[in-house]
Design a protein around this ligand. Structure first.
Ligand SMILES: [Zn+2]
Length: 59
């Protein structure tokens, strides 16, 4: 079981999921960036970024 973190940006008025690669080739974890407004977890001037952790069950 692992946890998958889903990111959302609500700049368009409703939360839209940000798609990104969680693991890149480098050791630096990938960071989602909103294609619409450019906000991300470390740059969120309008406080539109949110996330939800979902448990992923491996069968
Ligand atoms: Zn946005």
């Amino acid at each position: 079981m692992s946890v998958y973190r889903r990111w959302f940006c609500s700049c368009s008025g409703k939360p839209e999921e940000l798609i990104y690669d969680q693991v890149l080739e480098e050791e630096v974890p990938g960071e989602p960036v909103c294609e619409r407004c450019g906000a991300g977890p470390s740059s969120d001037p309008k406080r539109t970024i949110s996330f939800r952790d979902e448990e992923e069950f491996n069968e």
